[in-house]
Write a protein that binds this ligand. Structure first.
Ligand SMILES: Cc1ncc(COP(=O)(O)O)c(C=O)c1O
Length: 432
């Protein structure tokens, strides 16, 4: 069989598979998502993934700069994490519940060695939202206060508690009433927080860099001021590092950029090494005493902290350190930001801002709809980039931290081409 006919056979099989999968999505998963994929031309299901690349069922290969919204810091199927999980799978997958779990003890000990300040105890769960739920409960019981303050456009998940402290109405309004006594203040505005906080506030919860909000980086003095405001009010500071933990921003935890230690930190995404779904919230001995001192079962989970997840956490942290990925993220992040500034200079009217910390970068367009067109143009050129749920004018670039400089350069070239193409299209439409 010739190479050409092999390729076209594969395409036919992939087209059939796409139709079947779209139909099953339509009937059994989510008709809206089926329609979006059918319309966008991204209807072929994924086949497999390795390192910085994903292949679809037709054999097409994409450079993954979406990075699982931060989950694939180690890339796809990092061999060290896969080995650890495979070995554990030969022994025991999920917790017996009755016996102690050595893998959990080891993962929490290693986590304590990298967590900021005096934060030592960790509770492992299955997702970012679950980590946030635990953090909110810990703050409530520790302070005995009812209120939470979040940030406008902050994102913490879509369960009731995490949604309550998130700051985008479109995802909240259909589900009211949510948690009572939640307030939202503009991110980066310490005065607004000082005016909103009171002796009813259990905790202030913030991302260090707003991810879904569009890679919003607070002024340098913001988090130190927030820390002070919380301390003065007797409220806890929860920093949500679900997206930014384990090196994403060029520090092990993004809070280290500001030398601020929170009372509670939440994590997920990269924590499972891109192989297992894992979340965690961690805090100090005092907060743990409030949460678990009287009743060690006050907060619990069946699947959280299972041996498979725990060995993935241990391997993820060790690999991040051994492979120097925190430093790599900082170094490559500078190259990425320089490249984005160069792209911006070619279309200053169209691109309002470019920004980033480590390998979490954003490109903000001046108009609606441009980001989606540019993302589609990148996809057409086999490079995947992300849309920001709480800020549709912003493209997020979150590649694996193991990405090579040459691959980053390619992503920048593709972005520039796609922006050029979109600018020409917009100009043609404007000319009628
Ligand atoms: C900062 C932050 N917190 C919490 C979450 C929720 O995590 P999950 O989707 O695992 O529930 C996300 C998800 O994107 C996030 O970015």
């Amino acid at each position: 069989m010739s190479y050409q006919s092999d390729v076209s056979d594969r395409q036919t099989v992939a087209d059939q598979l796409s139709d079947e999968v779209i139909e099953k999505y339509r009937l059994y998963v989510n008709p809206g998502i089926a329609a979006v994929h059918a319309f966008s031309g991204f209807a072929v299901p994924g086949s497999h993934a390795r390192g910085c690349y994903i292949w679809d069922a037709s054999g097409r290969k994409f450079l993954d700069c979406v990075g699982g919204y931060g989950a694939f810091s180690l890339g796809h199927l990092h061999p060290k994490v896969v080995d650890a999980v495979k070995k554990q799978l030969e022994k025991e997958a999920l917790k017996s519940q009755y016996l102690l779990c050595a893998e959990l003890a080891e993962a929490c000990e290693l986590l304590a060695s990298v967590l900021p300040g005096e934060i030592r105890y960790s509770f492992l769960c299955n997702s970012g939202a679950e980590a946030v739920e635990g953090a909110l409960k810990a703050a409530r019981i520790h302070t005995g206060r009812p209120e939470f303050i979040g940030a406008v456009n902050g994102f913490h998940g879509k369960t009731f508690g995490s949604l309550s402290v998130s700051g985008r109405e479109i995802y909240k309004t259909p589900f009211y009433p949510l948690l009572p006594e939640t307030k939202h203040v503009p991110f980066g505005d310490a005065n607004a927080l000082a005016n909103a906080i009171s002796n009813r506030t259990a905790a202030v919860i913030l991302e260090v860099v707003q991810g879904e909000g569009g890679v919003i980086i607070a002024p340098d003095d913001y988090l130190p001021k927030v820390r002070e405001i919380c301390d003065d009010a007797g409220a806890l500071l929860i920093l949500d590092e679900v997206r930014t933990c384990l090196g994403r921003t060029g520090k092990m935890f993004a809070s280290e950029h500001y030398e601020v230690v929170p009372d509670i930190v939440t994590m997920a995404k990269a924590l499972g090494g891109g192989v297992m779904p894992v979340g965690a919230f961690s805090s100090t001995e005092e907060v743990w005493q409030s949460l678990f001192g009287a009743n060690p079962y006050l907060h619990s989970t069946t699947f959280g902290g299972n041996p498979l997840a725990c060995v993935a956490v241990t391997a993820a942290i060790k690999t991040t350190i051994e492979e120097g990925l925190v430093e790599r993220s900082a170094r490559l992040g500078e190259i990425l930001l320089e490249g984005l500034k160069a792209v911006q200079s070619t279309h200053p009217d169209m691109i309002k801002d470019v920004r980033g910390k480590g390998l979490l970068a954003g490109v903000e367009f001046a108009e609606d709809d441009i980001a989606l067109l540019v993302i589609a143009g990148c996809g057409k050129r086999d490079v995947l980039m992300a849309y920001s749920m709480n800020n549709p004018r912003v493209i997020r670039i979150e590649p694996p931290l193991i990405i090579e400089e040459s691959e980053l350069t390619r992503a920048l070239e593709v972005l520039a081409e796609s922006i050029e193409e979109t600018a020409e299209m917009v100009a043609r439409i404007a000319d009628g």
